[in-house]
Design a protein around this ligand. Sequence first.
Ligand code: NDP
Length: 307
Amino acid sequence: MVSRYPEYLDPAKWRRNLALQIEGLDFRVWPDVGKNEDILLVLADFAPPGLFRSLRNLRCICKLGAGMDALFEDPDLPEIVPIVRLQDPTIASQVVEYIVLYVLSRHRHLEIYRRQQLERTWHPIPTRVTSEVIISLLGMGRIGAKAAEIFQRLGFAVKGWSRTAKKIAGVECLFGEGTLTDVIGDADYVICALPLTPETRGICDRRFFEAMKPGAWFINVGRGGHVNEVDLQTALESRQLAGATLDVFSTEPLPKNHPLWAHPKVTITPHVANFWLDGGIDEVAQLYRRLLAGCSPQNVVDKSLGY
Ligand code: NDP
């Protein structure tokens, strides 16, 4: 197992639970990988430079967590070794919980009422009917499509944006670069749930924020690399945006002196939209058994797409 996030992944738990399913398992935790040629399968949430290339008998890399970007950043990633993405639905469900939580909190003025309570003041604020509120989801994969369905059921007007065409009942689905402005131009909430790829890096920049409806709210659960943080601050200060909820940042942990920390219109969480990576243990056991049986792995990522 290769991990740089001890808060999220407990190697001892993985070793214990995998050993219950795989007799004689030899489970090693990076950087103590032992003899490189012994390693058949790597479970990784990132790619230590040059490590994968050095594993001569490596048959598969299994990405822990949803985003593939942390692996594709490695210029030495072996071409022929398949990369598997876990199918555990809990990761997407948790991120959807996060998105719904922050949209509904703002929609129902929770933060304002909390302040009112502390000040012992009583100022009812009208709540807009959901059908008049437009929510746009960038990325209509496991996270975006699920969030879109939930918002649609709550009665919001929902738009979704993806690379290829989608059809979801009650959701206006658009796809391709040329439609981005149509997706974000009239939305009250724009939610980035995209994977970080060469096409999507820096997508939320000055032009993007200028194309958003004045007074809209921006939520990023994708990756920090999607957002030009200086352009975001400019959009917040010019009042183009009412505010932003950010779970991911270009540098994590967010440096102590970063101006976003103190920005009154920004809500920051420390990359916790999903906090569940242990759900993949059974899937990994199955994958390992397939490899031992000489079968090809399932759920292999298309490296040419980068997600
Ligand atoms: P999926 O791979 O299931 O979906 C990705 C979506 O993005 C697809 O709809 C895809 O389109 C779309 N997409 C990709 N490239 C483009 C593009 N160039 N233009 C328009 N749309 C594009 O990913 P998930 O939903 O599981 O996760 C998305 C991202 O969320 C992850 O990559 C990760 O970065 C982030 N994440 C963050 C977490 C957190 O804790 N903050 C936790 C989990 C994930 P198409 O459907 O046509 O292929």
